[in-house]
Write a protein that binds this ligand. Structure first.
Ligand SMILES: [Zn+2]
Length: 183
């Protein structure tokens, strides 16, 4: 089985004699005899445009493909955009001492982190806290070791869990928040 996924040409000016236009193609295959029958290979072909068959063909195993994908992702700068002004959770404003405590904890322990709103399928009693007493509630639990997929699919949900290293890390945040907000 061999299936084409995508192909394109590069973005260097086409009239440069020093560097001819290059095309790349990505396909998936599992029938390379040398790699082993049934072994999944991502086939990356890079060749001079118009010289099909004279380029380089790489057979990448899944782990090598993930590494290449990560390298491409790391190389591409990204930009955060805020199409609407930031607003806190369902009710709480972001202009609060508690929100400031979240920011100052990250500034100290995880300076590249950015506080952003998130939506998940769980439920938490902060809804009643806000409604009943006007209490400021932000859902913030800093983690460094829990896989993001585990965190996002279980928080306030069935089988909720975190990596043991994050218990100590988040406890440091709770102490920081208590000292910063209450004094
Ligand atoms: Zn092969």
């Amino acid at each position: 089985m061999r299936k084409s996924i995508d192909d394109a040409v590069d973005d260097h000016p086409a009239d440069d004699d020093e560097r001819p236009p290059v095309s790349w193609a990505v396909a998936v295959s599992d029938d390379c005899d040398a790699c082993g029958a049934g072994e999944l290979r991502i086939v990356l072909t890079v060749e001079e445009q118009g010289r099909a068959g004279y380029g380089l063909v790489a057979h990448l195993a899944p782990d090598t493909t993930r590494r290449l994908r990560a390298a491409l992702g790391d190389a591409l700068p990204y930009e955060l955009a805020y199409p609407e002004p930031l607003a806190g959770g369902t009710v709480s404003d972001v202009d609060t001492p508690l929100y400031d405590a979240c920011s100052s904890f990250l500034a100290e322990h995880d300076p590249d982190a950015v506080l952003l709103p998130a939506v998940n399928a769980g439920f938490v009693d902060s809804y009643f806290m806000r409604n009943g007493w006007g209490t400021v509630c932000h859902g913030f639990w800093p983690t460094r070791a829990t896989p993001l997929g585990v965190m996002q699919s279980t928080v306030h949900n069935r089988d909720e869990r975190i990596h043991v290293d994050d218990i100590g890390y988040a406890t440091r945040f709770l102490r920081h928040a208590a000292r910063t907000v209450v004094g």
